[in-house]
Design a protein around this ligand. Structure first.
Ligand SMILES: [Zn+2]
Length: 368
């Protein structure tokens, strides 16, 4: 069963959670900031203007200069707000870079008279029209992100058995499955954060999260009762080769350090495991019959879905997905929708999953 979480992060021990307003809002955003912060306070957050390490930051940015809020702690979640006169026809193409440049977990584009458009790192996009209870509805959208906890720390231990340094038949099946998903055009290219972030911001992001890049989708395969192989973060899944660089051995989750534990070969600079390792870990530990897991940003007809839009790599998303897997008629062959995001599919093997989903995937994830 899933272990309970015990944290060392000072932010997460604090109660009530603190809220910081940041940046220079336009007049319209200023009014929105006031009504929104009132709702946050009604719902248990404490407005703390000088907070060193707030739980949530509402960061008001300008299109001409999307100034980031630089977190001092990983537990701080940043929601950036931008006012535009109208929404561009292709919001992801036009606005995703603002989300990244403002170093935010979520972007809210406010168009006066029309409402708020949300953009998430997982390429989620959805809309709340202006009208009654507007600030309350925005809060309901933001709170799952503001209150969730990332599990993106990695602890590398150079104790992988020498006979696994070059991989095994399971890592071969992982590489083959990555190639299949790429052939089906299900793995969008990693977002080039290094091209749009100034070097200083890139260093900041890497130091805080240790991420290698923003990519979408991941896959894993069970090794034994405790361990599983999984794709690395930010790599091209069509080309998974090197152990410790493209494919990682996940051996455990440490709830005290809130970190994934990884076994790697000695003498290499390891890459980090996919941020969804915590989700896969929970599912493997709970269901011994699950032999493999694939996550893609696509959809299937008639599937159960999680209720809230928790971000990738959070403990809350992992719990929500694990709950849906548990409720499936056969948890070892489950298909679970992640709201506004994609699919997590379990199977006895990677081949088993690919056979079941071939020709059934919808490229468009429904947004609500
Ligand atoms: Zn995802």
């Amino acid at each position: 069963m899933v272990q309970s979480r015990s944290h060392t992060d000072p932010i997460l021990e604090k109660s009530p959670p603190s809220l910081l307003l940041w940046g220079q809002p336009t007049p319209a955003l200023k009014a929105l900031a006031q009504s929104l912060s009132a709702v946050f306070q009604q719902r248990g957050y404490r407005l703390e203007p000088g907070a060193e390490a707030p739980r949530a930051v509402l960061n008001f940015i300008r299109a001409e200069q999307p100034t980031p809020y630089r977190r001092k702690a990983q537990g701080t979640m940043v929601i950036s707000f931008l006012e535009l006169p109208q929404m561009p026809p292709d919001p992801i193409a036009a606005l995703y870079s603002y989300l990244v440049r403002a170093l935010s977990n979520m972007l809210v584009v406010y168009v006066p008279g029309q409402g708020a458009y949300f953009l998430t790192l997982e390429l989620g996009q959805y809309h709340e029209p202006e009208g009654p209870q507007f600030a309350e509805r925005l809060f309901e959208r933001i709170h799952p992100i503001a209150s969730s906890v990332l599990v993106v720390n990695n602890r590398f231990e150079a104790d992988l058995e020498p006979e696994l340094w070059q991989g095994d038949t399971l890592t071969q099946s992982l590489s083959a499955a990555g190639r299949r998903l790429a052939e089906w055009d299900l793995l969008p290219a990693a977002f080039p954060i290094e091209e749009i972030l100034p070097p200083e911001d890139l260093r900041h992001v890497k130091r805080l999260y240790g991420i290698g890049g923003l990519s979408y989708g991941n896959l894993s395969v069970r090794k034994d009762s405790q361990r599983f192989w999984m794709s690395a973060s930010g790599v091209d899944k069509a080309n998974l080769r090197e152990i410790g660089r493209d494919i990682l051995m996940v051996k455990d989750y440490d709830p005290v350090e809130n970190a994934m534990r990884l076994s790697v070969p000695p003498g290499l600079e390891p890459r980090r495991v996919s941020v969804d390792a915590i989700e896969h870990w929970m599912i493997y530990r709970e269901h011994p019959q699950v032999g493999a897991i694939i996550h893609v940003h696509a959809w299937m007809e008639n599937i159960p879905s999680t209720q809230f839009n928790y971000p990738c790599g959070t403990y809350e998303l992992a719990c929500a997905v694990a709950e849906k897997v548990r409720q499936a008629p056969d948890p070892s062959r489950a298909v679970v929708g992640l709201k506004n995001h994609g699919l997590t599919i379990t199977g006895h093997s990677l081949e088993d999953i690919l056979e079941r989903i071939e020709g059934r995937l919808l490229r468009q994830v429904p947004m609500s």
